[in-house]
Design a protein around this ligand. Structure first.
Ligand SMILES: *Cc1c(COP(=O)(O)O)cnc(C)c1O
Length: 374
């Protein structure tokens, strides 16, 4: 059994992938070939965003977003601490200061109350609250309504980091279409992944779209040797766009399959361990199915038991960002980030992908039940 099985998906669409790749090789337009624009149109329409632009990876997507929004020295940009490093990494690149916010243990996502405290604290340090980067951790949308209310009051923008959550549902909206800018990653293990690095930015704002389109090609103006601003080089390869077109065509079906796996896990496990909670008006894309050990459940022992039963697991994330060497000097919610710290010590994720067979699911379930009830 694999933690994420990309082979099963490839077998399903291999003929169509081969045809797509052959078409790119025949045409020879490896950079910004027609598949890139075709994929951008399909991607925008999938989530209901006005604009989607491909870029080189999900980290660059966040960087392009912050460049377009004009993040700069003296700005505070609020990020959850319990996330992958990219979320905060691009903030100091712009000269702005990341300020870490706690998450709620039920959602693993940004806690609006902690955000309020962090804003007050950032102001007391002389920083100007400029923006928030909520993360759709493990595939579940952040609480965008609560965060938007707070952001609007302080005049802040929102960049939604949907690297793990693209295509999830939040109160009738699809992630990608939420936030001033949304970003995603096509790293192979993400719910919608390519066969290398890739990413995208989304916006409903024509001006922000134009800026990001310029920044991703060296700050180009009317043509590529007209440099209007300092940019970066961050394009989605034509080959990756061709692969993604075929993967996007089955993505809705795969999201449904992920619901079935998650529902079976939850039904079988919720009475023995803390299972992930999804609010009624949301749908996760289950980038990860993450359990939380309670007091008395020793994660190391549980993981050892699962490993002995040949069930692969992973820990996302073993240390929150505010405790990492590179980030520990940045400001945090002054009440501390207790939930981020506790989750880092107690979470672990189970095998999750749309092609996980019921017999493999049962093996996982039996192994978890045995591991936590010893
Ligand atoms: C994967 C990920 C990213 C970055 O994506 P890359 O394509 O690997 O650069 C950003 N944020 C989160 C939450 C992620 O999980």
């Amino acid at each position: 059994m694999e933690f994420i099985d990309l082979g099963a998906q490839q077998r399903r669409i291999r003929d169509r992938l081969d045809a797509r790749l052959a078409a790119v090789l025949d045409a020879g337009k490896y950079i910004m070939g027609p598949e890139v624009a075709e994929f951008e149109r399909e991607l925008a329409s999938f989530c209901g965003a006005r604009h989607a632009l491909g870029c080189a990876n999900g980290t660059d997507a966040l960087q392009l977003a912050l460049m377009a929004l004009g993040a700069k020295a003296g700005d505070a940009v609020f990020c959850p601490s319990f996330t992958f490093a990219s979320t905060a990494e691009i903030v100091p690149m712009t000269g702005a200061t990341p300020v870490f916010v706690d998450v709620t243990p039920a959602s693993f996502n940004m806690d609006a109350e902690s955000l309020k405290r962090a804003i007050v604290y950032a102001r007391s340090l002389g920083l100007r609250p400029a923006g928030v980067i909520p993360v759709d951790l493990f595939g579940l949308p952040a609480d965008y309504d609560a965060i938007s209310d707070i952001a609007r009051e302080s005049g802040m923008w929102i960049v939604a980091d949907s690297a793990q959550g693209f295509g999830a549902t939040y109160r009738g909206r699809i992630t990608g279409s939420i936030g001033d800018i949304a970003t995603t990653s096509f790293f192979p293990a993400k719910p919608l992944g390519c066969y290398g690095d890739g990413g995208a930015v989304f916006t409903g704002n024509d001006e922000l779209r134009a800026l990001m389109e310029s920044y991703r090609v060296h700050g180009k103006g009317s043509h590529k040797y007209d440099n209007e601003r300092i940019g970066i080089n961050s394009r989605l390869d034509t080959l990756q766009a061709a692969i993604l077109l075929e993967k996007l065509a089955i993505y809705a079906d795969e999201i449904d399959a992920r619901q079935r796996v998650a529902a079976r896990y939850t039904t079988a496990l919720h009475n023995v361990i803390q299972t992930p909670e999804v609010p009624d008006d949301c749908r996760s894309v289950w980038a990860q199915y993450t359990l939380t050990c309670s007091a008395g459940q020793d994660r190391a022992a549980v993981l050892a038991s699962l490993s002995a039963a040949s069930v692969p697991t992973a820990v996302y994330y073993p240390r929150p960002l505010h405790q990492q060497t590179a980030y520990r000097d940045f400001p945090c919610d002054p009440q501390g980030l207790a939930h981020s710290e506790t989750l880092a010590l107690n979470v672990f994720s189970l095998p999750m992908h749309p092609y996980l067979s019921e017999s493999d699911q049962d093996r996982v379930i039996d192994a978890v039940r045995a591991a936590v009830t010893v």
